[in-house]
Write a protein that binds this ligand. Structure first.
Ligand code: ZN
Ligand code: MG
Length: 477
């Protein structure tokens, strides 16, 4: 990277193009750059390097003047795919980040390691910058975990209003997401759920093996115009599951148009969605999976029927005890799982384990279901001890992630170990090891550690985020 002086830097060093701009000594930078642009269409490499360098050093004045001369610099990258925004975020330069955002910089771009500018800021512990970069979701809070976005207002009070739901169902603006065997219909870009209108699915609704779930309405503040909308203007979203096979559904609803298909592997295909669509998919898939497994009453064995927009199942036998009072057998379930990043008492290593089904080289955080009558802390300590033999002291909650495969809530914690000897329970995991911070950092940044070949789970998993969170707290690295 060019590390030239900022003011008084010679034009020759920035742009070796004297032949284009005559021999006039007083030619200014923007004129030179203008010529450069006309010749090549894109800014010269040297200008890009200067711009990126200014961003990473936090020189806001230089960033501004270069941008006003060459607006197309905004989205230029270095050889590793880093934009000016990422470089400024890496060093916590708030003023430069604000300037770049004001110029309309795309904050969702990723570098060749798959990180956004917000990821970079979090990684290096610049909370103020990550908050700035996270403001696009409207709440001023950056999204932490995949599947965790809440793009819809669940509007739970309307679930018991059958007339309102019936009216919304037939509304031309309503959105329907179609599922076959718990797989959603996806656009060919694989990043979006296929949105169907009432006309496309109305025949399907008549079939006895179809099930409709009300997911909510779009939020009052329009994400496109920013204006507040009245309740009746808000498009309602539904999920439908059908007993028909995928090919028949594609033919029925898309009339042979080949723009959509059903996800074939949930664990692979459902991790490529946009954050918003992942946030819609999580409740939709978890609810549909619950309906599929709870067709019969767990109290008396009679058939059950869906009620309240798909958020309740009622037993068909009137005298059934489940129909008197409130029972958790009637409502969708969420299963709590604790997932732990265990830090060595020395602070510089963490405990990771691998299951035999993991790809070669991959290790992840230990995890397990919370048992009845157990606190999160007790569950975390018990699971770590059972799986690795390591004893844990302090347990601290970090963040959580809905995981709709089928309906877990992954509760992410950081734990501090009080013992270090490992003794693995072979029935649960194949191997557990202490990994130095440096190896974890290499694996996070480059996809794999050069020293140990360590591979970590992808960024869509809370295990990845727990590791990132731990690394980001050491700003000296
Ligand atoms: Zn019953
Ligand atoms: Mg376990």
């Amino acid at each position: 990277m060019l590390r030239g002086r900022t003011n008084g830097c010679t034009l020759e060093r920035i742009l070796p193009l004297r032949h284009l701009c005559t021999n006039r000594a007083d030619v200014n930078l923007s004129q030179v750059i203008f010529f450069t642009n006309r010749m090549s269409g894109t800014p010269k490499e040297e200008v890009v390097a200067k711009f990126l360098d200014a961003s990473s050093r936090g020189n806001e004045a230089e960033v501004t003047s270069l941008l006003s001369a060459v607006p197309s610099l905004l989205e230029q990258t270095d050889s590793r795919g880093w934009t000016a925004l990422m470089l400024a975020a890496r060093s916590g330069h708030t003023a430069v980040v604000q300037t770049l955002l004001r110029h309309g910089c795309d904050r969702s771009r990723v570098n060749s390691s798959g990180q956004t500018a917000s990821d970079v800021a979090k990684f290096w512990g610049h909370q103020h910058v990550s908050v700035l970069l996270g403001e696009e979701d409207g709440d001023g809070v950056g999204l932490e975990n995949y599947f965790g976005a809440e793009p819809l207002d669940r509007l739970s009070a309307k679930r018991t209003d059958a007339a309102w739901l019936e009216d919304r169902k037939k509304h031309p603006g309503s959105v329907f997401l179609l599922f076959s065997d718990l797989s959603p219909m996806l656009h060919h870009d694989q990043q979006h759920l296929c949105r169907l209108g009432y006309e496309a699915i109305k025949d399907l609704l008549e079939k006895p093996d179809s099930l409709l779930v009300f997911l909510g309405v779009e939020k009052r503040r329009s994400s496109t115009t920013g204006s507040e909308r009245a309740l009746e203007e808000l498009p309602a979203w539904f999920a439908i599951s059908s007993g028909e096979d995928g090919a028949a559904l594609l033919a029925r609803c898309l009339h042979g148009e080949r723009k959509c298909s059903f996800a074939s592997s949930p664990h692979r295909d459902l991790l490529n969605l946009s954050d918003e669509d992942a946030g819609v998919l999580a409740p939709a898939r978890a609810l549909l999976a619950w309906h599929r497994r709870y067709a019969f009453c767990s109290t008396c064995g009679s058939a059950t029927v869906s009620e309240e927009g798909g958020h309740k199942r009622r037993c068909c036998k009137q005298q059934c005890p489940s129909n008197r009072g409130v029972h958790n057998t009637c409502y969708p379930r969420t299963d709590p799982v604790v997932i732990m990043l265990v830090v060595h008492p020395g602070g510089n290593q963490c405990l990771l384990g691998r299951k035999s089904v993991f790809p070669a080289g991959m290790f992840s955080c230990l995890a397990g279901f919370v048992e009845p009558g157990e606190t999160l802390e007790a569950a975390a300590r018990r699971e770590v001890c059972e799986e690795s033999g390591v004893r844990v002291g302090a347990v601290r909650y970090v963040s959580c992630q809905p995981w709709p495969m089928p309906s877990q809530l992954m509760i992410g914690c950081h734990c501090v170990a009080v013992t270090t000897d490992i003794s693995v329970d072979r029935s649960e995991i194949e191997e557990a090891r202490w990994f130095p911070r440096q190896e974890v950092m290499e694996a996070l940044l480059g996809g794999e550690s050069r020293q140990s070949g360590l591979i970590l789970p992808p960024k869509q998993t809370i295990a990845h985020q727990l590791l990132r969170h731990w690394i980001s707290k050491a700003a000296n690295l």
